[in-house]
Design a binder for this molecule. Structure first.
Ligand code: GDP
Length: 300
């Protein structure tokens, strides 16, 4: 897995690496080092605040004499980045019988693909029973796409007629999950950001309706964030978490971006753990997020 993560994160590695490997980590640390480091982290979308914090910490350690030479700097930087990325508990507990996972996120961020990969993993690799709820009733294409994924994963899907009430579809999906003794119910939701207030209300309502069917549900609300959109992803995380409690981030399309550092900005500035990462379009390209592997892959 680590090797594949490194390969798929080649672009972020190049963005950071070109600056860092060549000039920073060879030879002595000097004034120039900090400026270049700062620039490289900003370019990788680590964010101004987080970058300042990391560089400040390293500078202080170097001044105090605890950091000598490029190799030590590289190692310490990896540690610091991993510490920042490691927010809360990254695990998803699927033992609620059924565990209800609500997925939210802006259209195009990879929400449907993530649901498909997750359903496939749970059903085919872990042997659990999954039900999908197609509560993005606004887009007929979204329902169709989700249906295709349900076939691939070999799981049931609950849907309503086009334009039907998203809350009622979510309600029926959880009900169906309980009826057949499913382990996990994954509820898709709409992601049209142009009608922001309405969307946020709709998400809050779906959440309440799910809670009527199963009191402690949804157990997990996952927000998909497209890593290629850089700092926009951070703003989306802030926006959605104001409307509904977000338990975890799924950072998608990490294979196609030089901006993988956004994972650190999101973790540092929202405190929401990144739980899963998308590193390609294939079924097996959804992985648990590991802060240490991630930081190492950024820099090695
Ligand atoms: P939604 O509108 O949020 O449901 O987004 P989709 O799931 O339809 O995904 C939008 C596009 O992004 C599709 O072409 C997906 O194949 C692609 N996609 C999703 N996740 C990933 C990923 O991790 N890596 C890559 N390279 N593409 C992805």
């Amino acid at each position: 897995f680590f090797k594949r993560l490194r390969e798929n994160m080649a672009k972020t590695r190049e963005a950071l690496g070109a600056e860092l490997q060549a000039t920073l980590f060879e030879g002595d640390i000097d004034e120039d080092t900090w400026e270049r480091l700062e620039e490289a982290l900003i370019m990788a979308d680590v964010g101004a605040q987080t970058t300042a914090k990391v560089v400040g910490q390293l500078e202080q350690e170097a001044t105090e004499g605890g950091l000598v030479g490029g190799e030590a700097l590289s190692q310490r930087l990896t540690e610091l980045l991993a510490d920042i990325a490691r927010t809360g508990d990254g695990r998803i507990d699927v033992s609620h019988g059924p565990t209800v996972i609500m997925t939210i996120g802006v259209n195009g961020t990879g929400k449907t693909t993530t649901i498909g990969k997750l359903a496939w993993h749970l059903q085919k690799e872990l042997g659990l029973t999954v039900v999908l709820g197609a509560a993005d009733t606004f887009r007929a294409a979204a329902v169709e796409q989700l249906e295709q994924w349900s076939v691939r994963a070999g799981c049931e899907i609950v849907k309503g007629p086009e334009g039907s009430d998203p809350g009622s579809v979510a309600f029926e999906a959880v009900k169906r999950g309980r009826e057949i003794g499913a382990d996990v119910v994954i509820v898709d939701t709409a992601g049209r950001l142009h009608n922001q207030d309405h969307l946020m209300e709709e998400l809050a309502k779906i959440r309440r309706v799910i809670g009527k069917q199963l009191a402690d549900a949804p157990h997990e609300t996952l927000l998909t964030v497209d890593s290629t959109t850089g700092q926009n992803g951070l703003r989306q995380a802030q926006l959605f978490s104001q409307a509904v409690p977000v338990d975890g981030i799924v950072l998608t399309k990490l294979d196609g971006t030089a901006k993988g550092g956004i994972a650190l900005a999101i973790a540092a500035e929202t405190g929401i753990p990144v739980k899963l990462i998308g590193i390609g379009e294939a079924l097996e390209d959804l992985r648990p997020f590991d802060a240490d592997d991630f930081a190492a892959a950024l820099l090695s």
